[in-house]
Write a protein that binds this ligand. Structure first.
Ligand SMILES: Cc1ncc(COP(=O)(O)O)c(C=O)c1O
Length: 387
């Protein structure tokens, strides 16, 4: 690992990964290698055990009652595609927010072209959503609410529990995009009334890229058409897709090496506890915000409360292009950030940073206070050089 690099791009993908993840992937490649659920030999059985154990650990993390409710996918995007394309039918109305990632908005817009009616509920300039506006948006034909658990632009956490109650009261399906929260923010699908939970493996769960999943509440799978069908290793005597979970949505040989890494990532999260991870990250965010707040020209976006934000901070320096700031941070200070529009155009419109975007710092459990201090000093220099 390059010790001179300060990696603040964990909302895109987390790095570094705990060594256990790399060891688990290497162990699978070197010592196991079999195809899960396909053959009867011991290596295939061992691979299937890894996959099942991953479902169990994910279930533990999100309080899912049955591990077979977890469909393993390539990423959150695929999970959201299954939920959106598989569940919605022409004539349905859906509600979403003005803070969504394109992984929600693009499939919804594609469905709009097929006769789905969409209401986008606006959020305030900090990205905060008032649940009352969800209630106001409900129509006779409303079928579902698609909402991010937290914005990837501002880190603002959405009032998912309140929205869950509203969904229950009105008989709507609640689909939550947990790409930015799984692993770093508490999620309880039962308590929060979540019917569909899409998550990705390579961000705060510390898994490799190419991993993710979708929780589907019991009974709902029958209302969701699979978007990909094929071999599952089960019911091989028939030429139609099995209708049981999770095989209905898992066609083709899975990314077993990735899943082995994801399992180790979730184990890591469970061993530390989400509360401890969140606590550490909150301190880093608070320290960073306190350190840059007064810098000349600094504009910070998002929620003031630490409780209701993930470790994502978007900012700009007045009069400077965010891309130029990010480039300077990389070249002069070894700080990796992301700049521009973060795949969420309406979120940028909400916080008034469209179309230039922001510089985004996103922290992980592995960032340190020293790194925060270095980044504050770097921004001090950059903001001074502006004048
Ligand atoms: C809020 C949100 N939703 C969905 C995604 C998509 O995740 P993935 O690229 O892993 O599918 C991201 C990734 O940046 C995200 O931040």
């Amino acid at each position: 690992m390059n010790r001179n690099i300060i990696y603040f791009d964990n909302a895109a993908t987390s790095w570094p990964k705990p060594p256990e993840i790399i060891a688990a992937m290497q162990n699978y490649m070197q010592n196991i290698g079999g195809s899960p659920g396909r053959s009867g030999h011991r290596l295939s059985i061992e691979a299937a055990r890894i996959v099942f154990d991953t479902r169990e650990k994910i279930s533990q993390l999100f309080n899912v009652p049955d591990p077979l409710r977890i469909v393993l996918t390539r990423n959150a995007t695929e999970a959201l595609n299954i939920a959106i394309f598989g569940f919605l039918k022409t004539g349905d109305h859906v509600i979403t927010s003005g803070m969504e990632h394109n992984s929600v908005m693009r499939p919804l817009r594609a469905m709009e072209a097929r006769g789905i009616d969409i209401t986008v509920v606006s959020c305030d300039s900090e990205g905060i959503l008032d649940p009352v506006n969800i209630v106001k948006a409900i129509k006779k034909n409303t079928k579902a609410i698609f909402i991010t658990n937290a914005s990837n632009v501002t880190g603002t956490v959405m009032p998912v529990s309140d929205i869950g109650r509203i969904a229950r009261e009105h008989g709507l399906v609640l689909c939550v995009d947990a790409a930015q929260t799984a692993g770093c923010y508490p999620i309880d699908v039962i308590e929060m009334n979540i019917d569909l939970l899409a998550f990705t493996g390579h961000k705060a769960l510390f898994g490799p890229s190419g991993t993710g999943g979708l929780y589907i509440r019991e009974g709902l799978e029958k209302s969701i058409e699979p978007i990909c069908v094929g071999g599952t290793g089960s019911r091989s005597e028939v030429e139609v897709q099995p209708d049981f979970m999770p095989d209905r949505f898992e066609a083709g040989t899975p990314n077993t090496v990735g899943i082995a890494g994801l399992r180790a990532g979730v184990e890591f999260i469970l061993s530390k506890g989400v509360a401890q991870i969140k606590n550490k990250e909150e301190k880093l965010v608070q320290m960073f915000i306190d350190g840059v707040r007064e810098l000349p020209g600094i504009i910070l976006y998002g929620q003031k409360s630490m409780e209701l934000r993930t470790p994502v901070v978007s900012f700009n320096i007045a009069g400077m292009d965010p891309a130029a700031v990010a480039l300077d941070l990389d070249e002069r200070f070894g700080i990796m950030s992301r700049s521009g529009l973060h795949c969420a155009p309406s979120a940028h419109k909400t916080i008034d940073t469209y179309p230039v975007g922001t510089v985004r710092f996103s922290f992980s459990y592995f960032n340190t206070e020293e790194q925060i201090i270095t980044s504050i000093e770097a921004l001090q220099k950059i903001s001074k050089s502006r004048i």
